[in-house]
Design a protein around this ligand. Structure first.
Ligand code: PMP
Length: 383
């Protein structure tokens, strides 16, 4: 196969021929991945040593920030959404077709990177209160970015509604070259199915099926539903626990079946107005991806911003693990579950993305680590 788009008159065949003299690339053991798509999935499961020692449980975390396209679990979802659309004949690689998505950032970044690799364009609608690192990165990846004021889902300009509208405008415009599709991460089955077919099986294999609890937050709900749907039938004793940030209604959805606690009535219904620095998880509406697995979620844990900050600092200080806000929420919930289960249990959670994507917001509040923190896990849970 000769790639006519290869630069400087060099055919890919030529490049491959030259490399074939290199014995390393010929070795059957060589671990060579095919582009960024080949670097998605099969992430390490790491033991968080400090949390394991302090709880007496084994706290394991799927290092999803090591996914190699957009550096989050959304790589799995974005790839599956695109591949599914290609199989359905809705997209053609290297055609310049345009993918529209509403996202707080991670899914957009994964889509934008994979779009580049497959010859698509990306148009991303996102709320303007998210860390600037994400929109900057999207622009550097060549995506079109529309940042809009946070708004309730009934508002036409809410970021998800706007992305859907932009895709429809593209389709209706006879002068547009290429097709436009709406990726629709909140509702599409391709989201939870990506986790059902990759994240879930990887966790089962990596633990040898020995795990007592799986803990994860939900933005769309794709991760928790997909993993729960895969693991629960195989491990009926497994406890699946939602980690929910302050201001989100999903905690109540799991506990009471509705988005707000009838006894509280206050404060839990307006995620877009709630003051939280946690990004990517927590929501106040029903999504297909969360509802698909909701019956399999056994419990939920509420995590405050202060707890998330203290956990993020702890993980840097004790383990050198530098993560973003949703990962910190997951780890707080994981130690709460460890406390509930008691020593000797094994708990798996997710490290979604790196702290470097949260420098200007979450980490600006969390501050630098001076090696002087003297907090216990009990202190964190009491924050
Ligand atoms: N963490 C981050 C940083 C995210 O952006 C998201 C997705 N919005 C999640 C966690 C939650 O994943 P899911 O959508 O599968 O519930």
């Amino acid at each position: 196969h000769v790639d006519s788009r290869a630069p400087f008159g060099t055919s890919q065949e030529g490049i491959l021929k030259n490399h074939s003299h290199n014995s390393v690339s010929e070795s059957p053991e060589a671990d060579i991945r095919d582009g960024i798509e080949g670097c998605i999935g099969n992430t390490p499961l790491l033991r968080i040593k400090s949390l394991s020692e302090a709880t007496g449980c084994e706290i394991l975390a799927k290092a999803e920030f090591l996914n190699g396209a957009g550096n989050s679990p959304k790589d799995r979802v974005a790839l599956n959404i695109i591949q599914t659309a290609e199989q359905e004949g809705l997209l053609t690689p290297h055609s310049g077709d345009m993918i529209y998505e509403g996202t707080v950032g991670s899914t957009g970044i994964s889509l934008a990177a994979i779009c580049r690799a497959r010859g698509y364009l990306a148009h991303i609608c996102m709320p303007d209160d998210q860390a600037a690192e994400k929109s900057d990165l999207l622009l550097k990846l060549g995506a079109e970015v529309e940042r809009v004021r946070p708004a309730p889902i009934v508002d036409q300009n809410q970021f998800v509604n706007l992305a859907r509208k932009r895709a429809a405008e593209h389709t209706a415009d006879p002068n547009r070259r290429g097709r436009g599709i709406f990726a629709d991460q909140f509702e599409t089955e391709a989201n939870w199915q990506a986790h059902f077919s990759t994240t879930g099986p990887e966790i089962l294999n990596q633990t040898g099926g020995r795990l007592d609890a799986f803990v994860a937050g939900a933005g769309t709900g794709g991760t928790i539903s997909g993993v729960a749907l895969f693991l629960k039938p195989r491990l009926p004793e497994l406890k699946v626990v939602l980690a929910d940030p302050q201001g989100s209604g999903l905690y109540n959805r799991v506990k009471f079946g509705v988005m707000f606690d009838p006894k509280e009535r206050e404060g839990t219904r307006r995620r877009h107005q709630v003051d939280t620095i946690v990004e990517g998880i927590g929501i106040n509406r029903v999504t297909n991806n969360f509802e698909t697995g909701r019956e399999l979620v056994d419990d939920s844990v509420r995590v405050t911003d202060q707890q998330a900050i203290a956990m993020a600092r702890w993980l840097v200080e004790k383990d050198g693990i530098f993560i973003g806000s949703s990962s910190a929420v997951n780890c707080v919930a994981a130690i709460k579950v460890a406390q509930q289960l008691g020593p000797g249990h094994r708990i798996v959670t997710i490290l979604c993305d790196s702290g470097s994507r949260h420098l200007s917001k979450f980490w600006a509040r969390a501050g630098a680590i001076g090696g002087t923190d003297d907090v216990s896990l009990d202190d964190i849970l009491n924050l």
